[in-house]
Design a protein around this ligand. Structure first.
Ligand code: 4UV
Length: 531
């Protein structure tokens, strides 16, 4: 077992709101908490707290609080923080929805999470309304932040001028958020993260990462995903940094915002690091304010990290984690300049790890000569580990041992000085630009095509070394199909990040005796074809 090199920390027994904002220094009240990167509009900490209280009060006036789930379908705009922290302040649970989702996917999450209220914005209203209609959720329960006829707006709710309710719950067990993750297998599931999980992870990040008050953090990673939620919306705000929001990634706009707002920290996923390393446009902007580029959500190539560091004259760090661990478990702290950038660094405080041979179930030996251990499945234990999957005791039991060890489905190595490296993935999950893509979702869509007899989906690498979904397709006898038509069929049914981007026709999908797709065989075939 590997322990964090840092001393354990105390996790305060308080709500997320109390932990983030309870001790706010009055001198910081008029500092910028959020800056709208598009318009430049500033929300101070004082304004944010006032809005959070009034939003929580408006929810309470509608009878919403402990036991209710409220969905948020919204890009990164400053009001996301008001809504998110307002929901938690009211004692309700927030389920954040990927803003690229199709109406079917939105409806599935609303239904599974038991959400009867939804907060969105005009550009996403068509999908939100279609999903709400399907479930019989009335327009009065679909809040449209920027206003739409028949729907309450943020201004309406805040304009009621209510105060935050007194709520009582146990932070150790009360579910604060329900983000969705497909975990190691199957369809997306609601990940129950308690107030304690989220408080712990912010406290662990504070003790390790090195982001400080006064930093300006570019917030392009979506707040709906656990990386943006914890690291930006919770951790950066707790550090009293300013979040500069961007609703969607566009390289020119990203570079303009970084340069105009003098951003000091950029939290990114690897595809943005690729652009920072390679795109000619980067030279046209003054990025001298950037101190740190921090990458996570998918593997970062070491040589690419070096290119970014030398081009921008900054430090490049990497973090690792998963929705089921709130998410952060490993980081390269800013001051650990000795660590290889392609590693995921060291364990956060109060976090333990094991690396287990998937065949034998034994823990691998860690050599004491400084070399890496044999690879094995990474297991994690700590206060940031989820309470379980909502209404899925079987899936929870598959992933979480009774003694608290969470099976990540990732394959890692570790050295005697506690530096980890992710080297492979056992689970089905595909990461496209850091977003989750569940093969099971795509396989179900493919099987809905009348000319497809069978299909399996795995991740493969594109020319930039980034993961993309690839479908292996068996065509029905007597039918014919081409790659393009398979890809456009899938594209009609899924969100843009879930599109199949490579197709190969095969005779038969390799399966085990019990009928499970042998993804390992497909991956080996893919690796052999790449050479
Ligand atoms: O559940 P999820 O979508 O969660 C994430 C979390 C991203 C994080 C977490 C902590 C950080 O400090 C940070 O910078 C980013 O993406 O997907 C979890 C899976 O994504 C892969 C791995 O397969 C996880 O099980 N993954 C996440 N980070 C890395 C990674 C990484 N640095 N290297 C390789 N794979």
């Amino acid at each position: 077992m590997v322990h964090s090199p840092s001393p354990d920390i105390d996790v305060p027994d308080v709500s997320v709101h109390e932990y983030l904002f309870g001790g706010l220094d009055p001198a910081a009240l008029d500092d910028a908490a959020l800056i709208d990167g598009t318009s430049g509009a500033v929300t101070t900490y004082r304004q944010l707290l006032g809005q959070v209280d009034r939003f929580a009060g408006a929810l309470a006036a509608r009878g919403l609080g402990v036991g209710d789930v409220i969905a948020v379908l919204c890009p990164n705009v400053p009001a996301f923080a008001t809504v998110f922290h307002g929901i938690l302040r009211a004692g309700a649970t927030a389920t954040t929805i990927n803003s690229l989702y199709t109406p079917e996917e939105i409806a599935a999450q609303l239904e599974d999470a038991g959400a009867r209220w939804l907060v969105t914005v005009t550009p996403l209203l068509p999908g939100a309304s279609a999903a709400a209609d399907r479930l019989g959720i009335p327009a009065e329960q679909v809040v449209v932040l920027d206003g739409a006829p028949g729907h309450p707006s943020l201004a309406d709710l805040l304009g009621e001028g209510r105060t935050a309710p007194d709520v009582s719950f146990d932070p150790a067990t009360h579910v604060a958020v329900l983000p969705y993750s497909s975990g190691t297998t199957g369809l997306p599931k609601g990940v129950m993260l308690t107030h304690r999980n989220l408080v712990a992870n912010v406290a662990q990040c504070r003790a390790t990462i090195g982001l400080a008050e006064g930093d300006r953090v570019l917030a392009v990673l979506p707040f709906f995903h656990i990386y943006g939620m914890t690291v930006l919306l919770n951790f950066a705000l707790r550090q009293r940094a300013a979040l500069v929001t961007m609703p969607r990634f566009d390289l020119a706009e990203f570079l303009r915002i970084v340069s105009e707002h003098r951003a000091t920290w950029l939290f990114v996923a690897p595809p943005i690091a690729v652009a920072l390393a390679k795109h000619p446009m980067v030279d046209e902007f003054d990025l001298s304010s950037v101190k740190v580029v921090f990458s996570g959500a998918a593997p970062l190539d070491g040589a690419l990290a070096e290119l970014v560091a030398s081009r921008l004259g900054c430090t490049v760090c990497q973090g690792y984690g998963m929705t089921e661990t709130s998410p952060v478990t490993h980081v390269i702290p800013v001051d650990r300049t000795d660590l290889d950038r392609s590693s995921i660094g060291v364990l956060l405080p109060s976090t333990e790890a094991r690396i287990v041979d998937p065949e034998s179930g034994d823990d691998v030996q860690v050599p004491d000569d400084g070399t890496a251990s044999a690879p094995g499945e990474l297991l994690i234990r700590g206060p940031q580990v989820m309470a379980g999957y909502l209404n899925r005791p079987d899936a929870t039991a598959d992933m979480l041992d009774p003694d608290g060890w969470l099976h990540t489905g990732d394959v890692a190595t570790v050295t005697a000085d506690g530096v980890f490296r992710i080297v492979d993935r056992l689970k089905e999950l595909i990461k496209y630009k850091g977003y989750q893509v569940a093969p099971a979702v795509l396989e179900a869509v493919l099987l809905g095509h009348p000319a497809i007899a069978d299909a399996a989906v795995i991740g493969t690498l594109d020319a930039d070394g980034q993961e993309v979904p690839k479908a292996f397709v068996v065509v029905q006898a007597g039918q014919s199909l081409d790659e393009e038509s398979v890809m456009s069929f899938v594209a009609e049914h899924v969100a843009p990040h879930e599109k199949v981007r490579v197709v190969e026709f095969i005779e038969q999908v390799p399966k085990s005796a019990s009928g499970k797709i042998l993804r390992k065989d497909l991956r080996a075939r893919e690796a052999a074809a790449r050479g």
